[in-house]
Design a protein around this ligand. Structure first.
Ligand SMILES: [Zn+2]
Length: 271
């Protein structure tokens, strides 16, 4: 399987929010995987229609405005690699937040794979946080949904996991990482060089996964604002750090939004 690391959307972070301590932008680190079953997209970033009309993203767009760059959309990057829209057969989503689902309308033939808990939360949102994070304009465009729950006994390096995803190669599995949202999950991919774990929004900065981990204050505050279960998410972050640094497991972990981390993977981790 050939794996491409794509940034499918850049969000600007104002000086007020960053306090000069963190990068002035966030990326949407997605994977495009060439498989025997067609192209598989892991997370889909900001869509072409959102670039034209950012109001589709709701009030969050005013907090973290999207850089209007059509070339960054998953659709345009798929086309520039020489593929057609229909070649994307599957989209696996770490969760259904608006900055991960924008590509759904751009790939009308793709099946959408997600944890059942996340599907339920997004289609029946409750409370302020859920009502603002999920966008009907994205979700209603999905052709078909494949939803999943853990089965007892399935494990991946000590984490519960879901194998045997419908229509997908066995090298791709789901690793539930609930906390950021009710059905947030990581996506593990066996590459030619060990495993990659796309950890979605389980953390925001590579500093959290450094040998001497540290969560910077702006991210700490942001996590309080956006996590559905903050204490669970903080615990998970420690487990991910252990997986990356202590376990000796052949796993490289990355998150969605850190620009430096994305750049490293883009340059070094093609496999
Ligand atoms: Zn996100």
């Amino acid at each position: 399987m050939k794996i491409h690391h794509l940034n499918c959307g850049t969000m600007k972070i104002s000086k007020i929010l960053s306090a000069g301590r963190i990068p002035d932008h966030a990326v949407c680190h997605c994977l495009l995987i060439e498989t025997r079953q067609g192209l598989v997209l892991i997370d889909s970033g900001i869509g072409t229609r959102d670039m034209v009309d950012p109001s589709r993203l709701g009030p969050t767009h005013y907090l973290l405005p999207v850089r209007e760059d059509m070339d960054e959309t998953a659709l345009n990057q798929v086309l520039s690699l020489g593929y057609k829209t229909d070649d994307v057969r599957h989209i696996i989503l770490t969760h259904l937040d608006l900055d991960h689902t924008g590509g759904i309308p751009d790939f009308p033939h793709a099946a959408i794979h997600v944890l059942l808990d996340e599907y339920r939360a997004a289609h029946n949102p409750s409370g302020f946080k859920e009502k603002n994070r999920y966008r009907k304009v994205h979700l209603a465009a999905a052709k078909s949904w494949e939803t999943y729950e853990e089965r007892p006994g399935d494990e991946w390096f000590g984490f519960p996991c879901i194998k045997g995803l419908t229509g997908l190669p066995e090298e791709i599995i789901l690793v539930p990482l609930r906390g950021h949202t009710k059905g947030h999950c990581g996506v593990a991919v066996a590459s030619g060089n060990g495993w990659l774990l796309h950890a979605g929004d389980a953390y925001y900065s590579a500093r959290d996964m450094a040998p001497d981990p540290h969560c910077q204050l702006p991210f700490k505050l942001f996590e309080y604002l956006v996590h559905m279960d903050h204490s669970r998410a903080v615990l998970l972050k420690k487990r991910l750090w252990n997986l990356a640094y202590r376990s000796g497991a052949p796993v490289r972990v990355f998150c969605t939004h850190d620009p430096g981390e994305f750049e490293w993977f883009r340059l070094h981790a093609q496999a």
